[in-house]
Design a protein around this ligand. Structure first.
Ligand code: ZN
Ligand code: ZN
Length: 956
């Protein structure tokens, strides 16, 4: 029965009552287990909340209410991430202090959250712009500074001309524009504070394994950190210009390269330095084409990183005339280039280029005519009927294969043989027996085809593979390194050969025909190489690598590095964190610059260094923050020597305050410590963290700071957030993002006024899987309202004679809701409760059952359930009740659905008791009309039954 809900009245009433009786007040209770439930705290923008924002907050509210009802002490706080550019831009435009705008926005957000009935303990509210809070953000910076993890750098950084500030790499979109304003970001050398986040890269990577996070977020973190295992190898540089009397070149320096593939060292046919590489600046007079090099460097400076790495752009570079390098593996002299596809910031800013095994190097080498030398033969296992067979002898020998081109019509000769009804097509070839490759090619050609007049198109193989496969003609497996040579016949005269012996036939085919028909995998791969696919990035077996020939890549990596005196090491994509901003609305960096002492830490007892009042919030435009325009504030004394000093005028980035805020909720009013040991021990870590976005930035920064705080003994866990649930967004009804621009924003206040907070809450949880992004739907909302109205009308169905089926349904529902809340599957929890309502309306329910149902619904619809609970005669709050426990006996399924397969294909399903014997299940399946059709006339050869899951008939 539907019964209208007077939501406006009851929601206001209970919200007031909960606040007055402080039922959500959090304490540290050592007798109870704890749960720390955390939302990514909002930036209080001037636009207020739209209905998409509360989705995560509703989920955490349900989760924390549920935990509280199962006997946990729950910390579920809320606060404000309020420093940053939007408030500052608003201040510039409207000439109000950012603090005033933030206060107004926070008040609005709190009001909006308030009407949704959340269980926050507002005594623990924090605000990152509150000096009592940012005192500790500054304190953390000082500890980083004292440990040498915060340093001043003059390296070129990302500069946003729109925002007039330096930015970290994390602040850029993937196309290199500013995430805030969309401007194209430039590189500018300027003094910056930088944090050594790279020192924590390994720990941040390795500890990901212990976290219960969605795999795609972990993967995003791994990619951002971007660890590559590899080696540093030193190349000596020489100048032929200054060769001595004996013709020996003069050694003019050494360049260290980083490579992930030291096994390919012998294939390094040139060296590339980044345009920023210090060798060029230091040794410019040794370079003969100085002007050309200088011009190229100037051009490279104009390009951003994304452009330089763009694989679709043509590679550019300049050869350094008058400089050569020696490959320390092969001892060969190789040219040296500068090219902007190498970045100064990656590895060592120099690479050994191996065009046969790297796409970018290949492209460059082809354009500049540098030698391409294959040194790793990919290991290729034949597939299908040609794959090696168990239990057979394996013939091991080196081979040559011959790609034979017709003298004048562009076709190629292949060998054809029959294997049963299969046509095998491959190139002519055979084993090399104590002879050189050239002799073997000449001999095999004659034996197999009778041709003898030809020329080598190159004296090097087109491609080399290591292969293993089954040879039908020999009934043996065959394994070996194959060199593929390209020859062209010069005459068509033929002598008697194996063709006449009837061993095989040969045929002239076009390129297209060969590509289509070629049988063996390694022949197909080599044919592709002849047709342009030269580059092989796979590991394999070394060739053309002197003493290392025949060694596999993994072994060879170490052996080669050892031989040439290199060092195994890692490199990372992540850059150190550019931590200063030339803006007003951020935490002042607590440093005093002294001419004598350099940068000096402000004594901790002087914290917080508060933001001074300024006339104008605009950036000075000269790369200085507006703080630099206030001499009274800037001029101070050096804490170390007492002479005149100047305060640091840069402020911290908007990510600073959010990198540790979760800790402050544990102990928000502590003015002696960031967090007390006892409270941190009780609450840490955050048990469940919920939010969308920020897969990289915030989570990278917070994990870095947390690990640092662990190292200095402030926190007791190595990771801040044990479990992470990723939130899918809510789109507008038109499927677009909600935005003022589209005029499609739905305001939660309007929805609450219309249908009540409980309906909004139930709807947002029911609309689909939590992690999915889903469009808002009026119909869906109406469905949630109807459900709650039916709950409101349930008392009309109370009975003293409750049927067993209602009992069973209740306990099944309890079990389902418990499982679903734990695993953040709120949509299926709601649908289970809807199923229960159907059953209860149909068959009636006892007061006890009604009460238990209200208890499981309470976290979802806190107001309505509290009202009905009181109507049933209770004076305490339902939210302080214990969550019902399912009776497993009653919750047990009385029937299960079994899939029925015919020859492994699913054809239908039947309902049976979970413990039904196989004979019963088989009979029921045969009796099912759909299945019977398939079984009709057929002979059942076998029946396979997996109890409770699947039944499979094998028929003729
Ligand atoms: Zn910008
Ligand atoms: Zn000093």
């Amino acid at each position: 029965m539907h019964k209208k809900i007077n939501h406006q009245e009851i929601e206001a009433k209970w919200q007031k009552q909960w606040a007055n009786s402080a039922i959500y007040h959090t304490t540290e209770n050592p007798d109870k287990p704890k749960t720390f439930v955390l939302d990514m705290f909002p930036y209080p923008s001037g636009e207020g909340l739209h209905v998409g924002h509360p989705k995560g907050y509703i989920a955490t509210d349900i989760y924390s209410r549920f935990k509280r009802m199962t006997g946990h002490e729950v910390l579920h706080p809320m606060g404000w991430d309020a420093f940053g550019l939007p408030a500052e831009n608003y201040a510039i435009k409207n000439k109000v202090h950012p603090r005033v705008a933030v206060e107004k926005n926070v008040a609005r957000f709190k009001e909006q959250l308030g009407v949704l009935g959340f269980d926050y303990d507002w005594d623990r509210e924090i605000n990152t712009t509150d000096p009592a809070y940012y005192k500790w953000t500054q304190w953390i910076f000082l500890q980083l500074f004292k440990k040498g993890l915060a340093y001043e750098s003059y390296e070129p950084i990302n500069w946003c001309p729109g925002c007039q500030t330096g930015l970290a790499n994390e602040d850029l979109e993937s196309d290199g524009t500013c995430e805030r304003c969309g401007s194209v970001v430039e590189k500018r050398p300027m003094r910056q504070w930088v944090l050594k986040i790279r020192e924590y890269a390994d720990r941040m990577l390795d500890d990901l394994d212990m976290l219960e996070w969605p795999e795609h977020i972990k993967e995003a973190q791994r990619n951002w950190i971007g660890r590559s295992k590899g080696a540093e190898i030193d190349f000596k540089l020489f100048s032929p210009r200054t060769s001595d009397v004996l013709g020996e070149n003069e050694e003019i320096g050494e360049v260290t390269v980083f490579t992930t593939r030291p096994d390919t060292l012998y294939g390094a046919t040139y060296l590339v330095l980044a345009p920023e590489h210090p060798f060029i600046e230091n040794e410019i007079e040794k370079i003969e084409n100085r002007k050309e090099v200088d011009d190229y460097i100037a051009k490279a400076k104009q390009k951003n990183e994304q452009d330089r790495l763009d694989a679709t752009k043509e590679k550019t570079g300049v050869k350094l005339e008058g400089v050569t390098a020696i490959n320390p593996g092969s001892g060969e002299e190789i040219p040296v280039y500068i090219a902007d596809y190498v970045l100064a910031s990656y590895g060592t800013g120099a690479i050994m280029a191996v065009p046969a095994h790297d796409e970018r190097d290949f492209e460059f080498a082809t354009k500049f005519g540098v030698e391409i030398k294959q040194v790793v033969a990919p290991f290729i296992k034949a597939d299908g009927e040609d794959s090696p067979r168990d239990g057979l002898e394996t013939l091991e020998r080196p081979c040559i294969d011959i790609i034979i081109e017709h003298p004048n019509n562009g076709t190629f000769l292949i060998q054809k043989e029959k294997d049963g009804d299969r046509n095998l097509i491959h190139f002519v070839g055979g084993g090399v027996d104590g002879e050189d490759d050239m002799t073997a090619v000449t001999r095999e050609l004659l034996e197999k085809t009778g041709f003898s007049e030809f020329e080598f198109m190159s004296n090097k193989p087109v491609f080399t593979t290591k292969s293993i496969g089954y040879r039908h003609s020999k009934n043996k497996n065959q394994q070996g390194v194959s060199n593929f040579y390209h020859i062209k016949l010069t005459g068509l005269g033929q002598v008697r050969s194996e063709i006449e012996d009837g061993k095989h036939t040969v045929e002239w085919l076009t390129r297209e025909e060969i590509t289509k028909q070629i049988t063996w995998a390694w022949h197909a791969r080599s044919w592709a190489a002849l047709n342009g696919e030269m580059v092989s990035t796979n590991l394999g077996v070394l060739v053309n690598s002197g003493e290392f020939d025949g060694m596999n890549s993994e072994e060879a990596k170490k052996a080669i590095v050892e031989k040439v005196g290199g060092r195994m090491t890692n490199t990372y994509k992540i850059r150190d964190w550019v931590f200063s901003r030339q803006r007003y609305w951020g935490e002042p960096i607590p440093i005093v610059h002294c001419e004598k002492c350099g940068p000096v830490a402000v004594p901790e007892d002087q914290l917080p260094i508060t933001l001074p009042e300024v006339e104008r919030y605009e950036p000075a435009g000269d790369g200085q923050s507006p703080l630099s325009t206030i001499p009274d504030w800037v001029n101070t004394t050096c804490p170390q020597c007492g002479e005149a000093g100047k305060r640091e005028t840069n402020t911290m980035p908007q990510w600073a305050g959010s990198s540790w805020y979760y800790l402050r909720y544990m102990d928000p009013k502590n003015d002696r410590e960031l967090v007390s040991k006892e409270r941190e021990k009780y609450w840490a870590p955050v048990d469940i963290y919920v939010g969308g976005d920020h897969a990289v930035r915030h989570l990278i920064y917070a994990r870095f700071w947390h690990k640092f705080l662990y190292d200095i003994g402030v926190v007791s866990t190595v990771e801040p957030f044990q479990r992470l649930e990723f939130l899918g967004f809510i789109l507008a009804e038109d499927g677009r993002k909600m935005s003022k621009r589209w005029g499609n924003v739905i305001n939660p206040d309007d929805i609450v006024a219309l249908v009540g907070a409980d309906s909004l809450r139930v709807y947002e949880m029911f609309m689909g899987p939590f992690e999915n992004t889903i469009a808002w739907s009026k119909d869906g909302l109406a469905g949630a309202c109807r459900f709650l109205e039916r709950v409101n009308g349930l008392s009309a169905h109370l009975t003293d004679n409750e049927s067993e089926s209602v009992q069973r349904q209740l306990h099944k529902t309890i079990r389902k809701v418990v499982e679903d809340i734990e695993s953040f599957k709120f949509n299926t929890a709601v649908s289970a409760m809807m199923i229960f309502i159907n059953e209860a309306e149909k068959n009636g329910l006892s007061q006890k059952t009604f009460e238990q149902f209200l208890q499981i619904l309470a976290p979802f619809a806190p107001h309505l359930t509290e009202e009905l609970w009181q109507e049933l005669g209770h004076s305490n709050s339902i939210h302080l009740e214990s969550f019902p426990v399912a009776d497993e006996e009653l919750a047990k399924d009385t029937t299960v659905e079994i899939g029925v397969q015919i020859n492994g294909k699913l054809r239908g399903s039947i309902e049976v008791a979970p413990d039904a014997p196989e004979s019963t299940v088989t009979d029921m399946a045969k009796g099912n009309s759909v299945i019977a059709k398939y079984l009709d006339q057929a002979e059942i050869k076998k029946v396979v039954y997996v109890p409770g899951r699947i039944l499979n008939f094998i028929i003729n």
